[in-house]
Ligand binder design. Sequence first.
Ligand SMILES: CCCCCCCCCCCCCCCCCCCC(=O)SCCNC(=O)CCNC(=O)[C@H](O)C(C)(C)COP(=O)(O)OP(=O)(O)OC[C@H]1O[C@@H](n2cnc3c(N)ncnc32)[C@H](O)[C@@H]1OP(=O)(O)O
Ligand SMILES: NC(=O)C1=CN([C@@H]2O[C@H](COP(=O)(O)OP(=O)(O)OC[C@H]3O[C@@H](n4cnc5c(N)ncnc54)[C@H](OP(=O)(O)O)[C@@H]3O)[C@@H](O)[C@H]2O)C=CC1
Length: 515
Amino acid sequence: MSMIAAFYSGKSILITGATGFMGKVLMEKLFRTSPDLKVIYILVRPKAGQTTQQRVFQILNSKLFEKVKEICPNVHEKIRAIYADLNQNDFAISKEDMQELLSCTNIVFHCAATVRFDDHLRHAVQLNVTATQQLLIMASQMPKLEAFIHISTAFSNCNLTHIDEVIYPCPVEPKKIIDSMEWLDDAIIDEITPKLIGDRPNTYTYTKALGEMVVQQESRNLNIAIIRPSIVGATWQEPFPGWVDNLNGPSGLIIAAGKGFLRSIRGAPMAVADLIPVDTVVNLTLAVGWYTAVHRPKSTLIYHCTSGNLNPCNWGKMGFQVLATFEKVPLERAFRRPNADFTANTITSQYWNAVSHRAPAIIYDFYLRLTGRKPRMTKIMNRLLKTVSMIEYFVNRSWEWSTYNTEMLMSELSPEDQRVFNFDVRQLNWLEYIENYVLGIKKYLLKEDMAGIPEAKQHLKRLRNIHYLFNTALFLIAWRLLIARSQMARNVWFFIVSFCYKFLSYFRASSTLKV
Ligand SMILES: CCCCCCCCCCCCCCCCCCCC(=O)SCCNC(=O)CCNC(=O)[C@H](O)C(C)(C)COP(=O)(O)OP(=O)(O)OC[C@H]1O[C@@H](n2cnc3c(N)ncnc32)[C@H](O)[C@@H]1OP(=O)(O)O
Ligand SMILES: NC(=O)C1=CN([C@@H]2O[C@H](COP(=O)(O)OP(=O)(O)OC[C@H]3O[C@@H](n4cnc5c(N)ncnc54)[C@H](OP(=O)(O)O)[C@@H]3O)[C@@H](O)[C@H]2O)C=CC1
């Protein structure tokens, strides 16, 4: 019997960010392994025209929850969706709901965050810092609380190269930042943002670091742990391999490469691609919840959920395997044949941006205009290049995260728990994982039918022929222009033509002689 699964039985669990990528997988695993848990409270806001109930209904009826519904048929009754907006005071939770949350919750998993790299500092502070502070204040009023697990990111200290499982202070106190966001106007915040984030690349990593400081400062006598995952990718094993449902991290760029939009990224092929499957993060999170509640460590422990130091993969290898998979299972309606690379040189990268990204987009838009349609490729390409510029920081460097606490926890688990809540990334086969990731993107994210693969391959063949035709035409035009303008080119042309003529005459003469 799994001790961790048994621990969650009968428990009331509060999850923030349950509608997000990680939150959904966390809920799924909890229901699948501990179907006897009492209730999962989730804080949900209405979104995109859907009420909170409709959103929950959609999640429970998704492919991800298929297995859960077999194991725990009354899963609908065990989820309590509570209307909440983490940007509001007291999260806009009603008095009755708040009372229930405060009096019943045993474990809190705080996953909600804004993960946008370009979010305005005010908004990123509100969600990643102030909301964390408010949730901790709420947690301190929960008499039955056994553990509070905060999800941070391994990149909260990405300004360092070696990162230990400790909280590193930021120069300005989070409380001062929170206060200042209340009275500074947007223009001033824009001006001071680069100074505040310092040598971090964006507001996301900065506010996640502030969030950790808040956790430390507001911890009081709570049992708290922090988990720092690196770049979270599709599922490795559970509930099935390759599940993913959003464009964050590598997923959007893998699609862009598969569709043939993305041809080159300025990145170091040998830099460590510190990906971590989402089910691995969730397994560690649940194990940490159990350990924190049962063993009550004296201080707040931080757990790095990373792959680089135990089982490293690099960007070059990852890119190669992504392309190899697209050879076998191409995406439908690609713009060009998938062919992308990491290039460490800035000038080469700018060259490829002009030749392989911008120029084809301009040419295609020109073609759309000619055929009476609305141009759109330049806009798509600008968006893609913006995304690429934002991730460049992360694909040009390698980090070393110590994993002392994570390894300690692994050794504390029973063999059964090590199997059911496996977070040993040393067992991961990267080539297999990346292939499943790419297949998962095709199936679960793009919802493409596998029956369409032959047609997708035919389409790629047509694109290859168009590519050859286009290049030949381009060469001939360039050559024609060159010989019209340069005596030297004309001489070379004359030399080649007369050489071919002589060769053919000699060949014809020798074959006549033989007869
Ligand atoms: C060479 C071989 C190639 C093989 C592929 C290999 C890929 C390697 C990639 C490496 C990736 C490395 C990533 C490192 C990240 C490390 C960071 C630390 C990890 C974390 O802790 S947090 C999780 C990461 N967070 C994110 O990924 C969020 C990033 N997204 C953003 O910040 C914003 O969305 C972005 C990119 C700034 C765009 O903003 P904006 O222009 O305002 O656009 P919208 O967000 O409103 O979206 C508009 C439109 O674009 C679609 N979209 C959104 N994100 C992506 C994306 N990543 N890729 C492609 N398309 C994206 C979105 O759905 C919208 O579409 P519509 O159709 O609805 O308009
Ligand atoms: N994905 C990754 O690569 C990594 C993620 N992390 C961390 O993991 C955690 C989960 O990330 P992930 O699941 O990928 O992120 P998602 O963007 O998929 O999910 C974010 C969640 O936060 C919720 N949320 C955001 N704003 C509000 C709000 N105002 N009120 C209520 N809920 C809100 C979202 O709700 P809604 O659906 O309504 O928008 C969603 O459920 C985050 O803390 C992130 O920093 C760490 C490392 C890497």
